[in-house]
Design a protein around this ligand. Structure first.
Ligand code: 6PG
Length: 246
């Protein structure tokens, strides 16, 4: 399940997320010369990107040795309002000195299956054909228990071989592009950001209820050989038992 930390508010949660990200980046660059991070969409991760872009934070990272990927993407062009790339570009890429070649965008303007195959090739090239082991994967959790674009009762939940797939979201009736559970679970570090009382009931089911990953796909996420931390605010954590509240 991983470590659970409950923070008093969004500012404290964001600050803790930055602390984990910056520590992981500095450690990876020192040990392996570079840092690979898979980014998430959603409003909670967006808050973290804005904070990371602030001068007092961005100057603590060696952007020339940082590589940014997307853990999931909507099936839209990069300038579309729903694009996760567009959101990261607006709040982070526009102000940090990261080389263009270190920004690995999902080609979501392509036919969706082709986009997934193309991006999986990008991952294979970066990770030298080994199973992708991101230094850090940043995730959110939807009210329905999804993470990345692994949605309840979607075919992608059962994918065992692939790293990155096109996944049809039944309830949303649209296609998404996403890392598979195995690709996420191979990461050295996983951060899950959950904010707000709107997530509280689902979070209780995910963390204290029965294992029902078809209903709660985020239950599939547990690193095979890495660290996982849930960063929650008090609202999201309000139904959790005291022994789980970190
Ligand atoms: C996306 C995200 C998605 C998101 C959750 C939580 O593309 O929307 O990858 O998995 O993280 O839906 O989003 P919020 O933080 O906005 O609730």
């Amino acid at each position: 399940m991983g470590e659970i930390k409950v923070l008093p508010d969004v500012e404290a949660l964001t600050s803790k997320a930055l602390e984990v990200i910056i520590a992981a980046a500095q450690s990876a660059i020192q040990d392996r010369g570079q840092f690979s991070m898979a980014l998430s969409g959603g409003s909670t991760p967006e808050t973290v990107y804005r904070a990371l872009a602030a001068p007092e934070n961005r100057t603590r990272l060696d952007w020339a040795h940082m590589h940014l990927f997307w853990g999931d993407e909507r099936h839209v062009p990069p300038n579309h309002p729903d694009s996760n790339f567009r959101m990261v570009k607006e709040h982070l890429l526009a102000v940090v000195p990261i080389p263009d070649e270190n920004v690995h965008r999902v080609p979501a303007e392509m036919e969706v299956r082709m986009a997934a195959f193309h991006y999986e090739e990008v991952l294979r090239q970066y990770f030298d054909g080994e199973w992708p082991r991101f230094d850090l994967v940043l995730l959110g959790m939807g009210e329905d228990g999804h993470t990345a674009s692994l949605f309840p009762h979607s075919a992608g939940l059962n994918e065992e071989q692939r790293w990155f797939i096109a996944n049809y979201a039944p309830k949303r009736k649209d296609w998404r592009l996403t890392l598979t559970k195995n690709a996420i679970n191979a990461a050295r570090n996983i951060i899950v950001l959950v904010l707000g009382d709107v997530k509280a009931d689902r979070l209780r089911k995910v963390l204290t209820g029965p294992e029902k990953p078809e209903d709660n796909p985020i239950q599939l996420i547990r690193p095979s050989d890495g660290q996982m931390v849930w960063l929650l605010d008090r609202e999201a954590a309000k139904y959790l038992p005291d022994d789980l509240r970190g």
